[in-house]
Design a protein. Structure first.
Length: 195
């Protein structure tokens, strides 16, 4: 996602439903936010970068993503991350945000209308190519094609199920997924209209 934090443009905002704190790397803070605005914090974030990470401080930030305006408390850390801001589970719940990793967007209700915020189509630049997730976005300069993971080779241990095989009954209740039997994607909201 992209948006504005403290009136500064911020791209690579990650919505993480598994995180319990909002995180802002120090390098993002230095892009235009004064260090004087930080409040002291003694919080130790466990499980970050395969260990513990002490926060430098906390700051209350005004966030703007499309039409959504929110104010949130963010913990500043000095670490190299692939994102410029991480928004936690509490932020998602407070704003009634429904994220979709598959569609790279999130939806929320505002004044009785369902709104949709799209993710960045190209969040990484060549300088960020050392991050593992950048390979899905950065184009190959020579060929002009996206760099995608290679196809997984077929296992030599794979077995095919024959129709007359007794184990075929286990799989007979599964239908192949087609356009006709696929469940539609639904967004449940107490309000019927969508923009």
């Amino acid at each position: 996602m992209a948006g504005y934090a403290h009136e500064q443009k911020v791209n690579k905002i990650l919505n993480d439903g598994g995180s319990v704190v909002n995180i802002l790397p120090l390098r993002t803070l230095k892009k235009g936010i004064s260090m004087d605005e930080l409040l002291n914090s003694r919080l130790m974030i466990q499980g970050f970068n395969q260990g513990g990470q002490r926060t430098i401080g906390i700051i209350r930030m005004k966030l703007l993503m499309d039409d959504m305006v929110s104010t949130t408390l963010v913990h500043v850390i000095d670490a190299k991350t692939s994102y410029n801001m991480l928004l936690d589970r509490l932020w998602l719940h407070e704003k009634s945000v429904v994220p979709s990793t598959w569609h790279q967007c999130f939806k929320y209700c505002q004044n009785g209308t369902v709104r949709k915020v799209l993710g960045d189509s190209k969040p990484f630049i060549e300088a960020d190519s050392h991050f593992a997730d950048a390979k899905y976005y950065i184009k190959d300069a020579k060929k002009g094609k996206e760099v995608l993971p290679s196809k997984e080779p077929k296992s030599s241990n794979s077995q095919t199920v024959k129709k007359n095989d007794s184990s075929a009954g286990l799989y007979s209740s599964f239908l192949p997924i087609t356009a006709a039997n696929r469940l539609p994607s639904l967004f449940l909201c107490p309000f019927p209209s969508e923009q």
